[in-house]
Design a protein. Structure first.
Length: 439
């Protein structure tokens, strides 16, 4: 067994000793399965049905083609009847055989017969294949109730599970990428690890100013329009602005090479980055997210995930910086430099793998924080499109009727369980990665 595999096995063995963390991990696996199979768990279309002698699998057939159409022969009229799966109400058809999902409602579906907050124990009705509005059988009841516009709460919880997991993972993925990049730079070079020509150092500051001016001030409207058009276009324009900033700054710094008599000076990389991190840490995260989200015309869940990730990056940068400051003075790193290894190889191959343990622990706690932030924004109606059903938006819909207790209890319980689950996993990882507790 290799050293890496042995370390992983020891970490897992230590993690398993923490029973709450282990149960939370298995519960997370269950939540992931629910998120991946949400369209098969909560869907207004049957999993299997036979109609007029023809077999359909609507829930499976529309996974990749929402507006799929098919037709059947009507024996009475000898004419073909066209069925568009996404708008067909299968409950009103005389089906020969049918297998419904556990929750026969989609998250965004409006049940016009059970609007205005139908209670879980209330009287639920539906329209059958004969066109009669009658009491709903057990399968068609809204077991967790509905909201004001007739959306099923259980279906919203199932589909909201995927959004909650997606928000946490994507936001912390963005935070980890930028945080590791910034923290590794600060921790590795410190205040005396990067030496440049004094003239280059001085000229870099006006280059930074002009780069920021042309990259972000002049191109401000282009950036806002790009993000309003979509995340991909926004990211492309953001990268282009960063490239302009870097090129102009490097260009000004390169001019310093012409000053041959200028001596070398140390660049206080750690001081610059640490001050920027402190500025972000001093700002209220939720207030800053709300402010940034209000700058964009179109609401986007992806945009919310990006903002949460960018604001969480400084904290990961602080952890990585501390680990790099400790590890860079160890013997194996000090011996790598005289052997001619470059900075990139030392950072990513020799130091970073041994500095990631605190990041994994923070990401577990950070995912919980990201879910709370997204739920708060959804509750306030900021950043998330109105048609997107999330746990926060379900709770928000209860503000119109304070008697609809199920709109608060069930989504709130889902948020509580998920946040507690990630916190327990984080505590388990913290103990498992602690070398003092190794057996």
């Amino acid at each position: 067994m290799t050293r890496g595999k042995r370390h992983t096995a020891q970490t897992w063995q230590q993690f398993r000793k923490n029973k709450p963390a282990l149960v939370s991990f298995y519960l997370l696996v269950l939540f992931v399965v629910i998120a991946l199979c949400s369209d098969l768990i909560a869907n207004r279309q049957p999993l299997y049905t036979k109609y007029r002698g023809k077999v359909f699998y609507p829930a499976f057939q529309t996974l990749f083609h929402k507006t799929l159409t098919d037709s059947t022969l009507n024996p009475a009229t000898q004419k073909y009847e066209k069925l568009q799966f996404d708008i067909t109400d299968w409950r009103e058809l005389e089906l020969e055989k049918v297998v419904w999902p556990p929750i026969p409602y989609s998250a965004a579906q409006h049940d016009t017969y059970n609007m205005d907050y139908a209670a879980p124990s209330g009287n639920h009705v539906y329209k059958n294949s004969k066109g009669e509005i009658t009491s709903a059988p057990y399968i068609f009841r809204h077991h967790l109730g509905t909201n004001r516009i007739g959306q099923d709460v259980a279906a919203g919880l199932v589909h909201g599970t995927g959004i909650a997991i997606q928000v946490g993972l994507v936001a912390m993925g963005i935070a980890a990428f930028f945080g590791i990049l910034i923290g590794a730079t600060a921790g590795y070079f410190g205040d005396d690890g990067l030496r440049v020509n004094r003239a280059s150092y001085v000229l870099a500051f006006p280059g930074l100013f002009f780069g920021y001016f042309y990259g972000f001030v002049v191109r401000k409207n282009i950036l806002l329009e790009a993000f309003d058009s979509g995340l991909f276009l926004g990211v492309v324009q953001l990268v282009l602005s960063l490239a302009i900033l870097s090129i102009i700054t490097i260009g000004f710094a390169y001019l310093g090479r012409f000053f041959k008599k200028s001596r070398k000076v140390s660049v206080p990389v750690d001081i610059f980055i640490s001050r920027i991190i402190e500025i972000f840490d001093s700002m209220p995260a939720l207030l800053l997210i709300i402010t940034i989200s209000s700058l964009f015309v179109e609401k986007s869940l992806t945009m919310v995930m990006g903002i949460i990730g960018f604001l969480a990056a400084p904290r990961i940068a602080r952890l990585i910086r501390a680990e790099f400051l400790r590890i860079r003075n160890l013997e194996y790193v000090q011996s790598a430099r005289p052997l001619g290894m470059g900075h990139i190889r030392i950072i990513f191959r020799h130091i970073l793998p041994n500095a990631l343990a605190p990041v994994f622990v923070y990401m577990a706690f950070g995912i919980a924080s990201a879910i709370i932030a997204e739920s708060s924004l959804s509750f306030l109606g900021i950043g998330v499109p109105p048609e997107t059903v999330t746990w926060g938006s379900l709770i928000s819909s209860a503000r119109d009727d304070y008697n609809a207790w199920w709109m608060v209890v069930f989504p709130g319980l889902a948020i509580f369980i998920t946040v507690t689950m990630y916190n327990l996993i984080g505590e388990g990882l913290r103990d498992a990665l602690d070398p003092r507790l190794k057996v």
